[in-house]
Design a protein around this ligand. Structure first.
Ligand code: BES
Ligand code: MN
Ligand code: ZN
Length: 497
């Protein structure tokens, strides 16, 4: 979507649809400016506009150049949040999609928030709310996403432009993550996924190198190779790098994304209904990390960031790994496999121990790791855990704040060492599953055995993929994690200023 900023008056803005977010104060005082621009239809529609943003009121103006006006209430100017603005904009995006509006204007309201933030939130919500995945449809669509977005403002247009650009860059990165997740599994084998990552790197200006199976073997990534044994497709390991000259850190920040391109469970086969049927989403961590690299490159963030993506599918082919197999991992530790469906931690453990060779400042992994995270927190919030290494409180505070601000919300789970008892094996250093309780925590405790640096683990099994639309996401991949990581990294770079 093309996004521009204009200081033309709302009455003169020539668009198919003009979205006007309005505060309760404006509604209460009679929407005078709007009535002046568009006539008495505004007056008549006034009582339909709810302050809580729960509906979008569409009206067809008598005067002015805009073909349609969409009004969405925001609550009071004082209490409006980033998230309320995103949700309001996504309501307008749905209307715009349904009427196939090609050009859309957004009038920037004056709120307690800065012009930057207001514009960013509205653009983010609009672009995210306009997203539809139509790649495989052959029949005509009920709607169409807008091509051009004009941000209308009366003052502070520099700030508004900056905010609008940020919003567009971030939302577009979320949409590329959604695209990867929504792709049919046969179009994202590990090899094809790594090709897509290479293409993303070229387009957005970061470096990518891809390891093939031979190199993965040479590096001794036993976990990744074990999971891959039942597959027809070789694994890949992608290394992404963003290293600008003005980087404020010398030791890299490393992002790791789980890239299980399809999870059948392997020989510990998943049932289909409500379980295996959505497992093309099991590379959503990888997709989020790719999206985050796109965003930080486009935002030109002054940070040295590396991303690691181990990719394979998990299938019960002839040579598949079996319960009882003991696997020698990249770190040298041995793992007794007692459930082949606990494959994510096998491939992540290798990526995490490899990350150690960069002496990272911090490593953050994103993974659709456990159904237990969905049981604990539901579909809207990811579980976050960190190791006890120095600064753990601060890490949890920082990532939780980044979540609240970005809209990709996370909530902490504990990491007491008592949980390690569940991972004791009778034959190897560790086993790959714990007991019935605390499944997200035992998964994280397993991974903790492979890290020796400050580390944040985000289990995105709940919010990565939805069966039904909600807020500014349709059913399917949500792109969760892109905004979380981007926001977190923006904070890191500001702190280092
Ligand atoms: N990919 C799944 C986890 C998952 C579940 C992601 C629901 C998204 C939605 C993971 O590989 C898995 O199968 N985990 C097992 C672990 C168990 C065998 C210890 C699970 O959660 O059941
Ligand atoms: Mn699994
Ligand atoms: Zn999985």
């Amino acid at each position: 979507m093309k996004v521009s900023v204009s200081t033309i008056s709302i009455a003169e803005l020539d668009v198919d649809l003009l979205f006007v977010p309005v505060s309760s104060e404006e509604i209460d005082s009679g929407l005078e400016a709007l009535t002046e621009a568009f006539g008495s239809v505004v007056e008549r529609a006034r009582s339909d506009v709810r302050g809580d943003g729960s509906n979008a009121t569409v009206l067809y103006p008598e005067t002015g150049t805009a073909k349609r006006i969409v009004l969405v209430g925001l609550g009071t100017a004082e209490t409006t949040t980033f998230e309320k603005l995103r949700l309001a904009a996504s309501k307008a995006a749905n209307v715009a999609y349904n009427v196939k509006a090609e050009t859309v204007g957004i009038s920037i309201p004056s709120l307690s928030m800065s012009g930057d933030d207001t514009a960013q939130a509205l653009v983010e919500g609009f672009v995210l709310g306009s997203y539809r995945f139509d790649r495989y449809r052959t029949s005509e669509q009920p709607g169409e996403a807008a091509q051009r977005l004009v941000i209308q403002t009366t003052d502070h247009d520099k700030q508004v432009r900056r905010g609008a650009d940020k919003g567009r860059i971030i939302a577009e990165a979320v949409c590329s993550a959604r695209d990867l997740v929504n792709l049919s599994p046969d179009e994202k084998t590990p090899t094809l996924l790594s090709k897509a990552i290479e293409k993303s790197g070229k387009k957005h200006g970061y470096d990518v190198s891809v390891w093939d199976k031979a190199l993965i073997q040479e590096e001794g990534m036993g976990g990744l190779l074990a999971v891959n044994r039942g597959s027809q497709e070789p694994p890949t390991f992608s290394v992404l790098e963003w290293r600008p000259e003005n980087a404020r850190n010398s030791r890299p920040i490393i992002l790791v994304g789980k890239g299980v391109v399809f999870d059948t469970g392997g020989l510990s086969l998943k049932p289909t209904k409500g379980s295996m049927d959505s497992m093309k989403c099991d590379m959503a961590g990888a997709a989020a990390v790719v999206g985050a690299m796109e965003a930080i490159a486009k935002l030109d963030l002054p940070l040295y960031v590396i991303a690691l993506i181990p990719a394979t599918d998990n299938r019960p082919g002839e040579n598949a790994y079996v319960p009882g197999d003991v696997v020698k991992m990249h770190s040298g530790k041995t793992v007794e496999v007692l459930n082949t469906d606990a494959e994510g931690r096998m491939i992540l453990a290798d990526a995490l121990s490899y990350a150690s060779s960069f002496y990272p400042e911090i490593v953050i992994d994103l993974a659709t790791l456990t159904g237990a995270a969905v049981v604990a927190l539901g579909e809207f919030v990811a579980a976050v855990m960190t190791n006890a290494e120095e600064g753990s409180e601060e890490r949890l505070t920082d990532i939780t704040l980044a979540g609240a601000e970005s809209g990709d919300r996370v909530h902490p789970l504990p990491m007491f060492d008592d949980y390690n008892e569940q991972l004791k094996s009778t034959v190897a250093d560790l086993k790959n599953v714990g007991g019935r309780g605390g499944g997200s925590i035992t998964a994280a405790k397993f991974l903790e055995h492979f890290v020796d640096y400050p580390w944040i683990h985000v289990d995105i099994a709940g919010p990565a993929f939805w069966d039904t639309a909600h807020g500014y996401s349709q059913a399917g991949g949500t792109g969760f994690g892109v905004r979380l990581l981007t926001r977190y990294l923006q904070h890191v770079s500001e702190k280092k200023r």
